[in-house]
Ligand binder design. Sequence first.
Ligand SMILES: [Zn+2]
Length: 334
Amino acid sequence: MSDDAAKAAFLAKLQVFAGSEVGSQNGADEVNQAMIRHWVEAMGDKNPVYTEPDIATKSVHGQVIAPPVMMQAWVMRGIAPAAREGGNAQDSLMALVESEGFTSVVATNCEQEYDRMLHLGDHLRSRTVIDSVSEEKATGLGVGHFITTRVEYETLDGEPVGRQMFRILKFRPGTGRQATVPKADAETPDFEKRARPLRPRPALTRDNQFWFEAAKEHRLVIQRCSGCGVLRHPPRPRCDKCGSYEWDAAEASGRGAVYSFVVNHYPQVPAFDYPLAVGLIDLEEGTRLVANIVGIDHADITIGMPVEVEWVEHDPDLTLPAFGPAGKKPAGTK
Ligand SMILES: [Zn+2]
């Protein structure tokens, strides 16, 4: 079979899934204050309408509401294997796509529509349909297929509350525009010599490009509003505080503290080493960023631990900050 014929045959297999019902998922929990609190703390959203009943009752909402973008959180199935037993059409589609080497994934678009605010005690379910599977596309990240799903959210009584379009790109690692796999040197142990996919590329935009360029020069920078001077991260077009679109970049000291962290064991993405410590780092300038925690036994990482930046050159095109214990003590001292 020619290459084109093989592609067409594979595409036909994929497109069988378009229009397939993935099924319905009931939320494990009702909309509840504890999950809302964790969410807004992680996001740094201080709007009291989400967490303060006294203030929320006096607002236009008359009661506590859940952040609208949390919609999908109320029906997410767990990551534990038990929650994933009895695979559905989406699992079958993913397995098929991955069988042809499209193992990397990136979310590319998400659009949500809300019919109403969600309140404590609402109990949701979702119905998901695979909307479409694209033909093979060559993208900057790599060659792959776009997969679009549509999800309808409703209460267990059947009242629609919102919907979501979600699109991902499943692509072959190492086939993108900047595909350069660093060569393993002679010292590298055998198991590391296997060519492995590069770390996922950041989706560069004119809002965030400066940050990654500075990182290549081992400079940690923070976007700073020219209107009011407030720092913000991750980079975005507009100041949350004063609304200005003008900004420049402030140089960060690279010192901070661990605000929170996880040691990730699963799911495993081929470009990373596991277990992988991922920290939410409070920079001393006052913004937070997500970065790997390195240079310390994972069991010794603690909340509040002082850390400082260390630069990791993952490949010729990607340098990222990681954070290790501040002022590392010489070996042999306590
Ligand atoms: Zn501002």
